[in-house]
Design a protein around this ligand. Structure first.
Ligand code: PMP
Length: 412
């Protein structure tokens, strides 16, 4: 089909890099449409982890012996790969965490707790994942801060006029999701952050759903902090990244304390290690970081622009096919969208949709997608969400469309 020949890589070859994609589920070929929840892993990531355990595994930053130096080098190479991928100024600005959730909690704890005062304001949006709401709510409760939410319209687009009215000298943090995981909206974060900077606010980007779909340049975007999870960009679970501007990281307190994050400990006092060590307490997820480095190399080899272009064609095709079915309503119809179709089928609960899809080999997500305020906005209990990655094909989408039709015929 036109879309696949448009693409700068061979999707069928790419699929062979992902062993899981050739599996059967419930006797049907797997059609994996849940990449927004977690992406599948290419062989290069799986092999990088096996290679570590088979050939050079040891604890990092400690041993003077060769094995420990080899694993330390690979761990630090992964940090460099992340630095380059997001165009940070220094590798010291890259901190490995457990995932986006931990990265956002770290900012709230180590920055918010020490630098915000009673009456200060934090702005997030109505479409945030809970991971970018709850840490700020907790902080607001503790420090008597005001938490504001940029509202959105019924297409799932932020009301920027309302945002601009909210900004004032009291605004200290503006934390925004780049691409919504439940609506697919791509937010104009550069504009949002430029406005925030006019008031001197610190800017935070939740890149959990954009890091794998679009080029990110932290310097161009004017963002002070950025958070993402490795498992959403074809890497392992349990590893994530916090990017932070060096001057901010230097003045922040540690999030956790213990081994490896210190320079010196006596009974009386502790001197902390330099950034990023100060924020990496205890034995780190060594295989996670190395796997993430391999995942970023994989994405770089395909080219993020090629990925974005192909996924956009998939989304356009899928959207046009879904729109042909009158019983289906798409939730999230922003002008700028990426890789997600959330929808409801008239008179069918999303959990029933998901269960029938599963019997047909189609993996989708059903529920609130950790965005309960979004569901409230649309006055619905849940949606079914299909999310696409570069390893999906036109055939996958055709199976998806036929599965919707099957659900409708069963409930008719
Ligand atoms: N933000 C967004 C937009 C997300 O989609 C997710 C994961 N669904 C998170 C934050 C949290 O990521 P994790 O659970 O990997 O920490």
């Amino acid at each position: 089909m036109r879309i696949e020949s448009d693409c700068n890589f061979d999707v069928n070859l790419v699929r062979q890099d992902f062993p899981i994609l050739s599996k059967q589920m419930n006797g049907k070929p797997l059609v994996y449409l849940d990449s927004a929840a977690s992406t599948q892993k290419p062989k290069s990531v799986i092999n990088a982890i096996t290679d570590l355990y088979s050939n050079y595994y040891a604890n990092i930053h400690r041993g003077v012996y060769l094995l420990s130096q080899l694993s330390t080098d690979k761990y630090e190479e992964a940090r460099l790969a992340v630095k380059k991928y997001i165009n940070a100024q220094s590798e010291k600005e890259i901190i490995f965490t457990r995932g986006a959730t931990e990265s956002l909690n770290l900012i709230a704890y180590s920055y918010g707790r020490y630098f915000l005062n009673e009456g200060d304001e934090i702005i997030v949006t109505e479409m945030e994942h809970h991971a970018n709401i709850v840490p700020w709510q907790q902080l607001a409760k503790e420090k008597k801060l005001v938490l504001r939410y940029i509202p959105m319209n019924d297409n799932g687009e932020l009301l920027l006029d309302e945002y601009e009215k909210m900004l004032s000298n009291k605004t200290k943090i503006v934390s925004v999701v780049h691409i919504s995981n439940s609506l697919g909206t791509i937010n104009p974060v550069k504009y949002i952050f430029d406005k925030a900077k006019e008031f001197g606010a610190v800017t935070v980007l939740d890149a959990s759903q954009s890091i794998q779909h679009t080029q990110i340049d932290v310097q161009r975007l004017n963002c002070d902090f950025l958070a993402f999870s490795g498992h959403k960009i074809y890497g392992p679970t349990g590893i994530g990244v916090l990017y932070g501007k060096l001057d901010l990281l230097k003045k922040m307190e540690p999030y956790q304390t213990g081994g490896d994050m210190i320079l010196s400990v006596t009974f009386e006092r502790t001197l902390f290690a330099e950034v990023p060590g100060k924020f990496e307490a205890g034995t780190q997820n060594i295989e996670g970081a190395i796997g993430l480095g391999a995942a970023i190399n994989y994405v770089n080899n395909l080219g993020i622009e090629n990925i974005a272009k192909y996924e956009h064609s998939l989304l356009d095709y899928a959207t046009s096919r879904v729109l042909e079915i009158p019983q289906v309503k798409i939730i999230g119809t922003a002008q700028e969208k990426a890789s997600v179709i959330s929808f409801i089928i008239e008179d069918v609960h999303p959990h029933d949709v998901g269960t029938i899809f599963d019997k047909l080999g189609v993996a989708v997500r059903t529920g609130q997608h950790c965005t309960e305020p979004v569901m409230r906005h649309f006055n619905i209990p849940a949606t079914t969400r299909a999310s696409f990655a570069f390893y999906n094909t036109i055939d996958d989408i055709n199976v998806f469309i036929n599965s919707i039709k099957e659900v409708i015929s069963i409930f008719d």
